[in-house]
Design a protein. Structure first.
Lengths: 201, 459, 245
């Protein structure tokens, strides 16, 4: 008998009587200001939040914060003047290793979750899965109206949609493995700036 | 081999370090408490997670088949390993097939359980652990002492010495920021040049055939997205039924582990990227046996958050290495006897049964009750020392016969009063650092007889 | 209402005054207390060491001793919990079941069954309350810091009725003291360290007395205090609740 069949047979022989999945035991909190909760959580985990009305405000932020950045990549067409590369058109032929010297990556993200300060991204917009990790600095853009309350809502929204890879990003990369002292910038991005575009635009 | 008590005694020789270890882990528990108390519906969330895991255990074979079918559909190759040896062999075969002799690895307690690193090194393969804590202990040839905080037993000065030796950092510079940066530079180079990445798995979704890996450092993603070959190793019990169940577990995992609202990266791997090969190894290694142990099967609900370690007053004061097993602390002490009861016979006794572990557990494993039950199993299986059995048999006689009990009690009090040196000496572990209670002349029973029974008779 | 008094073996032999205080307190509250003199122990020292199969005769004796009682009360959370969870009789199944359902630790008996609202006790000292784990987490005498729940404490409720008593705050309000039955000798190093840390918390907050609903924890902490030549005393909660000037 193959290992697979042996394992399955052992489980079938040893498993307890069927226990149903729970229904409706837990309901996420509601009735709070989800945008403030989202900001609170992003700040808590070492990210920064900026509320803007138009995308062009990000340009100014780049000039002041990353004046020496040589390689800035984005999937947002509106930023093509400040970015050095557009992901879909300029980077599609590159191998992931060639992204090693990216200074700043700016990505439009479909939605964020208030209760965790987490932002969802899939490889549809990434093109290169490694991008938000290998970049030195990460900027994510979300619409204020796309901030949702809970992970329950998030998975309801994701549903069974297909993706090859998806990730919740919550803050810059970090570690506390040395004496529990928090250090920002472990292997992934050294910073995370989240731009929330207001309802007006 | 030294047992937990002996290893813990050695750990306790350095009192200041014990203070530091205890306070640091207590701080992590405090952060967990804050996160839990801030989260509305925490206890309902735990109950939901617990019931989902109960469902998983009761239907594990179907879920595994569903996961396998979906993963294959997604282009992932699925392997099954009965035990550690098979798991390690599968990894080695893949390395050999692709003519690769080195790999990067992100945190996987399963590979620690399987002793994969040693096996691969014996076979000429270089393994580089990429989680900072794991890299530190790997340099030092030590196992991790904690499942979430692998180097929590070390001070920054220790790390500084290790990095000075292996990475050429400045001697004496123990600034965590500086040391982390050195590891970042060193490992970035590694990520870019290794062709195979091995990761663990936090959750595998039966419904979709995808698996989720959670890290704060981003090392699993750096490894997997740059490698041509991604192998994910998972224990069978990591399966969950539906994608939406992640909404429950991702809320619990990081809050229980470190008090964060979620891990920095919760990455869902569904298909290999273009041109990449993705493999998943489903590992049994005793899990199907544990599933058949009615009293202990719930231990398989564990999501490896480490909260039971942080809250355990014994773990905090004995250090992870005193448990001499891949998974330390309370959860390790109920998992390890299933793998090797004789070797781990001491672990269920390394507890005061205070019950804090059970109440902190995000999936409600009855950890302290299982510790109690393992003690019974271990004794029944004959792994208790003969001298202890003789003493216990004598105690049983004394406590079931009131007259014998009265006489022994009297003898004890008499000795304590008139010949304390018989008890207060270095053969008595109580007396080493504690005084014995002062023995009264009479027992309560005698007092009652004189003050109540006789009084009643006279009335 | 016939209330059986179960005095754990080590209290009977080493701390009879705790038993006397328990009995007197219950008598003061007008209870009909019955003390079976053929009692010994709950069997926990054997069971926690893995020898529950050697407790059959102890269980039969226990069941026989208390089968006629409406309630059984004991000044020990740990022993009470052991009976509640593990008492088993082959000869008298019904009685054992009845006892398991009707055994109470002293504090919970006072707060939950006879619902004491005031006490004529005076104890004008600074007191630290040690939450013994089996009472706290096992019998739920108090809420615990790791659970998200409404905070409550039955022992604190009773201590608040004592004149002059000043309850001190602790840095870690519900950490184990490290006694743990045979753990205190088999894991001597960790047990002592846990005890030292617990005692230090009380000393740092200037306790004059450390109290608890379990004498075993207190015996362990007393051993440490004495070795440190400390003037701080341990005292069972029954002694405080029974104390008059």
């Amino acid at each position: 008998m193959s290992s697979r069949n042996e394992i399955l047979a052992a489980i079938a022989a040893n498993k307890p009587d069927y226990q149903p999945l729970p229904v409706g035991l837990y309901t996420p909190e509601n009735g709070y200001n989800i945008v403030s909760r989202f900001k609170e959580n992003i700040t808590l985990i070492g990210g920064a939040v900026h509320k803007i009305n138009v995308i062009s405000e990000i340009e100014q932020f780049l000039y002041s914060n990353f004046p020496s950045a040589k390689r800035i990549v984005t999937n947002n067409e509106a930023l093509k003047n400040v970015a050095t590369h557009l992901i879909n058109t300029d980077l599609d032929k590159q191998i992931p290793h060639e992204l090693e010297n990216v200074d700043v990556t700016i990505l439009d993200a479909p939605f964020g979750v208030a209760e965790n300060g987490a932002i969802w991204i899939t490889d549809e917009s990434l093109h290169h899965r490694v991008l938000p990790f290998i970049t030195q600095h990460l900027i994510l853009i979300i619409k204020e109206s796309s901030i949702i309350a809970s992970l329950q809502d998030a998975y309801a929204k994701i549903g069974l949609t297909d993706y090859g890879y998806g990730t919740f990003i919550s803050g810059p990369s970090k570690t506390a493995d040395i004496e529990q002292s928090l250090v920002i910038g472990a292997h992934g991005s050294r910073s995370l700036d989240v731009f929330i575009i207001g309802q007006a635009s | 081999m030294k047992d937990h008590a002996q290893l813990a005694e050695a750990f306790n020789k350095d009192k200041e370090r014990v203070t530091w270890h205890d306070e640091t882990l207590w701080f992590v528990r405090t952060k967990r408490d804050k996160a839990a108390h801030k989260f509305a519906g925490w206890e309902q969330l735990r109950e939901t997670a617990s019931q989902i895991k109960n469902n998983v255990l009761s239907n594990l074979d179907s879920y595994l088949l569903q996961f396998e079918a979906n993963a294959i559909k997604n282009g992932i190759t699925v392997h099954w390993a009965k035990d550690a040896a098979q798991h390690n062999q599968i990894v080695l075969s893949l390395l050999q097939k692709h003519e690769i002799n080195s790999l990067v690895k992100s945190k996987s307690m399963l590979t620690e359980e399987c002793h994969l690193n040693e096996f691969l090194q014996h076979n000429g393969v270089e393994v580089i652990d990429t989680d900072l804590g794991e890299r530190i202990v790997q340099f030092r040839n030590e196992p991790p002492s904690h499942i979430v905080l692998p180097a929590i037993h070390l001070k920054k000065e220790d790390v500084s010495d290790t990095f000075h030796e292996h990475l050429g950092t400045e001697k004496g510079n123990s600034d965590p920021q500086y040391l982390t940066e050195a590891a970042r530079q060193h490992l970035r180079e590694t990520f870019l040049t290794r062709k195979l990445a091995l990761t663990g798995v936090n959750f595998a979704v039966a419904e979709t055939g995808e698996f989720v890996v959670c890290t704060n450092e981003g090392n699993a993603d750096m490894g997997a997205h740059l490698a041509n070959l991604h192998i994910a190793s998972m224990g069978l019990e990591k399966t969950i039924p539906r994608r939406e169940d992640l909404g429950i577990f991702l809320n619990l995992l990081a809050r229980s582990a470190t008090g964060q609202p979620i891990t920095t990266y919760s990455s869902h791997f569904k298909r290999p990227r273009n041109g990449q090969e993705m493999h998943i190894i489903l590992v049994d290694n005793g899990r199907s046996i544990q599933l058949g142990r009615k009293d202990f099967r719930n231990s398989l609900k564990c999501i490896r958050c480490g909260a039971c370690m942080n809250t355990c007053p014994v773990y905090r004061r004995s250090g992870g290495h005193s448990y001499h097993t891949a998974v330390a602390g309370p959860i390790g002490s109920i998992l390890a006897p299933n793998l090797d009861m004789e070797k781990n016979k001491d672990l269920p006794f390394a507890s005061t049964l205070c019950g804090s572990c059970t109440n902190v557990c995000p999936v409600k494993i009855d950890i302290h009750d299982q510790l109690y039950k393992w003690r019974q199993e271990i004794v029944k299986s004959g792994y208790s020392p003969k001298s202890k059995t003789i003493a216990m048999e004598a105690m049983s006689v004394s406590l079931s016969k009131p007259m014998v009990y009265d006489i022994s009690g009297k003898a004890l009090r008499f000795t304590l009063r008139y010949a304390p040196f018989v008890i207060n000496n270095k053969l008595n572990p109580w007396y080493k650092q504690r005084d014995m209670p002062a023995a009264p002349e009479n027992s309560f029973k005698k007092w009652y007889d004189e003050n109540r029974n006789k009084k009643n008779d006279n009335e | 209402m016939k209330v059986g008094l179960f005095i754990p073996c080590y209290i009977d032999q080493l701390y009879p005054k705790v038993a006397v205080a328990t009995l007197e307190l219950m008598e003061k509250l007008g209870l009909d207390v019955y003390y079976p003199t053929r009692q010994t122990c709950c069997g926990q020292p054997l069971a926690n060491s893995g020898y529950s199969h050697l407790t059959y005769d102890i269980d039969e004796l226990f069941t026989h001793n208390f089968e006629s009682c409406d309630y059984v009360v004991s000044p020990s959370g740990s022993c009470t919990l052991h009976i509640k969870e593990h008492l088993h009789s082959y000869k008298n199944i019904g009685s054992a079941q009845h006892i398991k359902k009707h055994i109470y630790e002293l504090v919970e008996f006072l707060t939950d069954v006879i619902k004491v609202e005031n006490l004529k006790a005076t104890f004008p000292y600074r007191v630290g309350l040690h939450q013994s784990c089996h009472g706290q987490r096992g019998l739920r005498l108090a809420s615990m810091t790791e659970r998200v729940e409404v905070s409550f404490s039955k022992p604190k409720h009773l201590l608040s009725m004592v004149n002059g008593l000043k309850l001190i705050d602790l840095t870690r309000e519900d950490e184990c003291c490290g006694f743990g039955g045979t753990f205190c000798v088999t894991e001597e190093a960790v047990s002592v360290r846990m005890g030292q840390d617990r005692v230090a918390d009380h000393l740092n907050h200037k306790a004059q007395y450390i109290t608890a609903a379990d004498m075993s924890c207190l015996m362990h902490m007393q051993g440490i205090l004495k070795r440190q030549n400390s003037n701080v005393q341990v005292i069972h909660i029954a002694e405080i609740l029974n104390a008059t000037l």
